[in-house]
Design a protein around this ligand. Structure first.
Ligand code: ADP
Ligand code: MG
Length: 212
């Protein structure tokens, strides 16, 4: 329960961001923090987007098979806000956990800050960059505004050094291809090759140039 100050405003909460490439242990770390919060008898609400249904429909899961129960939501911050504020759910939660936050729209940033303003501990886990090595969705802004950022490394699958990149192995052009085994692996700077769109077809040379 948030303490009230003399001005009747709740004591501010805290915004924690856990980020890094795939396989870096973001979900593990989120699950660890949520379990510890529950040991401390804090009321935890955990959410994940319905894009990521890899292992469980009612839980977040790590690649190391640790789980924590979670409500599956559409990655739409306004819808999540409606869910939280409907029926006073937000009043019943002290800690809000959210995995795969990179899939949410930018409105997740003000929603997170609103929850912090209400005294909540908000713990967000998500990828910092895409397979093309571009900052991923709202994560950069969340990192900038967080009280605490934990940037994790994975292990490079080529050389074993710390890995900060997510390498896409296949040729899929979709931005969101979730976790299918063998599609992604962790890579260090030296062994990462950003995915680039290949031209759809080889362009035919204009005749003038072709004969030049
Ligand atoms: P994330 O949520 O960041 O994708 P997870 O928490 O789901 O990561 O999984 C982390 C676990 O994945 C590690 O503890 C380890 O057991 C396993 N793992 C598999 N491949 C790798 C790798 N290349 N680097 C680090 N951990 C890996
Ligand atoms: Mg994860």
């Amino acid at each position: 329960m948030a303490l009230l100050t003399g001005t009747e405003r709740p004591t501010p909460g805290v915004l924690e961001v856990i980020t890094g490439p795939m396989f870096s242990g973001k979900s593990e770390e989120l699950i660890r923090r949520l379990k510890r919060a529950r040991i401390a008898r804090q009321r935890v609400g955990c959410f994940k987007p319905d894009i990521d249904l890899r292992y469980h429909r009612t839980a977040i899961a790590s690649h190391s098979e640790q789980t924590h129960e979670a409500a599956v939501v559409t990655p739409d911050a306004e819808r999540l806000r409606e869910l939280l504020f409907a029926d006073g759910l937000v009043d019943a939660i002290e800690v809000v956990g959210l995995d795969e936050v990179q899939f949410f729209d930018e409105a997740i940033v003000p929603l997170s800050l609103e929850l912090v303003g209400l005294g909540k501990r908000v713990i967000l886990a998500g990828l910092d960059t895409t397979f093309a090595n571009e900052p991923f969705g709202p994560v950069p802004a969340l990192m900038a505004l967080a009280d605490r950022v934990t940037k994790l490394n994975a292990v490079c699958m080529v050389c074993g050094q710390p890995a900060i990149h997510t390498q896409r192995l296949g040729q899929s052009r979709e931005l969101v291809v979730v976790g299918a085994a063998g599609l992604y692996e962790a890579r260090c700077r030296a062994h990462f090759q950003p995915y680039v769109e290949e031209p759809a077809e080889q362009m035919e040379l204009p005749k003038v140039l072709a004969h030049a």
